[in-house]
Ligand binder design. Structure first.
Ligand SMILES: Cc1cc2nc3c(=O)[nH]c(=O)nc-3n(C[C@H](O)[C@H](O)[C@H](O)COP(=O)(O)OP(=O)(O)OC[C@H]3O[C@@H](n4cnc5c(N)ncnc54)[C@H](O)[C@@H]3O)c2cc1C
Length: 422
């Protein structure tokens, strides 16, 4: 099953249509209910936009996001591979402001769940009737011994897009001839399951053109990974002999790094490397923990409306949420945001709630015109979001199919960023 730009937007329009002309009725004297959204990424920007647009301006929507421009993690690997310009990944919040969203560029630093206010780093406070949290991920301290945020310039993660992505590309470009690029891959669960392996493909693509004797070493704590057969087949065809992966059977789960010495210790064997891309273990963005709605690393939510299991006035979207079967992806976050927006509008305005349905597809580029995908549809259950059927590309597909899959991904990128920001 594929998705074109038109069909992706068609799904959005269907939800929009179902929500036309909501009636705003407030018992407590407020004429306009208030929604605060923390995080202007795939989940938060979509939720803010849909709530503002579908309420016809009858709900006050404030988006709290520190950055002036959102650089997508999705397609950031293509920038590393030379398939994409950096500027093409950046998106401003002007469209949301034009659509009636009050965009506040600040950090949310606390949530008072009794007073229903969000505290800002700049000193202000934003009131809400419903709060949407979509802060993405933060890294688990000490998940890779030797690595910390203080050393992220020596060993970049590039797992929050922006300056880190640019730094990683500069380091790959500066690698000595025949040098070694090492990736320390993350443990499950983490954002974008195929992301590290698409990145390896894109770095390999760049090195094949510019530094063909260079090596790539993946140190991986996981037994297996997303689309493994497809990636390994692609690596053998495009980059024979360049990529080696050390899994947990050979010490891939017993790893520490020394950023000053540029070494990686794999179960006692010390390797000198030239670039070290450390992608640490992950957890919900810090504001989720500060708000007291996390249980362990992630924030558990109801599958029906993404409301927190700890506080029904807070909805958690995207990577931060423990929702069930959906992978942590931009497509998932966008899909969840539409369900949550619908439920929030229904609760605040009495508009019609539609049953929760979700979709996700993760495309990856392995080499020029060699695109693959994995995806599924989902619905809500009491236990969480559950899959209702899926699909995956096949090893041995012909070149035309792979090229078509890549073209499909380009259409998806344009569609989702339009859906989030305009
Ligand atoms: C290399 C890579 C490739 C990827 N490729 C794909 C792909 O091809 N397809 C796909 O669907 N997904 C992909 N993803 C995953 C995708 O980027 C994430 O799953 C998605 O962005 C999650 O959306 P989110 O809203 O949860 O978080 P984000 O999009 O990260 O948004 C979080 C936002 O919250 C803000 N924020 C955080 N804390 C606060 C705070 N305290 N106050 C205010 N704002 C705050 C941040 O600044 C950020 O803008 C990829 C990820 C990576 C790293």
């Amino acid at each position: 099953m594929g998705i074109s730009r038109r069909s992706f937007l068609g799904t959005a329009a269907a939800v929009t249509g179902a929500l036309a002309a909501p009636m705003i009725v407030r018992a407590d004297g407020h004429t306009r209910p208030k929604v605060a959204v923390v995080g202007g990424g795939a989940g938060g920007a979509t939720a803010a936009r849909y709530i503002a647009a579908d309420s016809g301006g009858e709900v006050d929507v404030t988006l709290i996001e520190p950055t002036r421009a959102y650089y997508t993690c999705f397609f950031s690997n293509l920038y590393l591979g030379g398939f994409r310009e950096y500027n093409s990944l950046g998106h401003s919040y002007g469209g949301l402001a034009r659509g009636g969203v009050n965009v506040v560029h600040d950090w949310a630093v606390g949530v008072d769940r009794d007073a229903k206010t969000v505290a800002l780093a700049g000193g202000g406070s934003v009131p809400y009737d419903r709060l949407v949290l979509s802060p993405g991920i933060d890294f688990i301290e000490d998940s890779v011994p030797g690595w910390s945020l203080a050393t992220q310039n020596a060993m970049p993660h590039a797992y929050k897009a922006g300056s880190q992505t640019q730094l990683l590309r500069a380091q790959v470009e500066a690698m000595p001839e025949g040098g070694t690029y090492c990736m320390v891959a993350p443990p499950n669960p983490y954002r974008c399951p195929p992301g590290p392996y698409e990145r390896v493909s894109m770095v390999a693509h760049y090195l094949k053109q510019n530094n063909p004797t260079a090596k790539i070493l993946i140190v991986d704590p996981k037994e297996g990974f997303s689309k493994q057969g497809l990636f390994e087949d692609g690596w053998a065809r495009h980059y024979p002999g360049m990529i080696e992966r050390i899994g947990p059977d050979f010490g891939g789960d017993i790893v520490s790094v020394d950023p000053a010495a540029m070494t990686v210790d794999i179960d006692g064997v010390v390797e000198n490397v030239d670039v070290c891309n450390v992608i640490p273990g992950q957890r919900a963005g810090a504001i989720g923990h500060a708000a007291g709605i996390a249980d362990g690393n992630w924030a558990p939510v109801s599958a029906y409306d993404l409301s927190s299991r700890m506080d029904e006035n807070i909805h958690v979207l995207g990577d931060a949420a423990a929702q069930g079967a959906m992978p942590k992806s931009g497509f998932s976050a966008n899909s969840q945001a539409k369900v949550a927006a619908n439920a929030i509008l229904a609760a605040l305005t009495g508009s019609r709630a539609v049953p929760a349905r979700f979709a996700n597809t993760c495309w990856s580029l392995i080499g020029t015109d060699d695109g693959v995908k994995v995806g599924a549809t989902y619905e809500a259950s009491d236990e969480g979001i559950v899959s209702t059927g899926g699909f995956i590309s096949e090893v041995g597909e012909n070149a035309a199919t792979r090229a078509e899959t890549y073209q499909e991904s380009l259409g998806w990128y344009d569609a989702i960023t339009e859906d989030m920001f305009t």
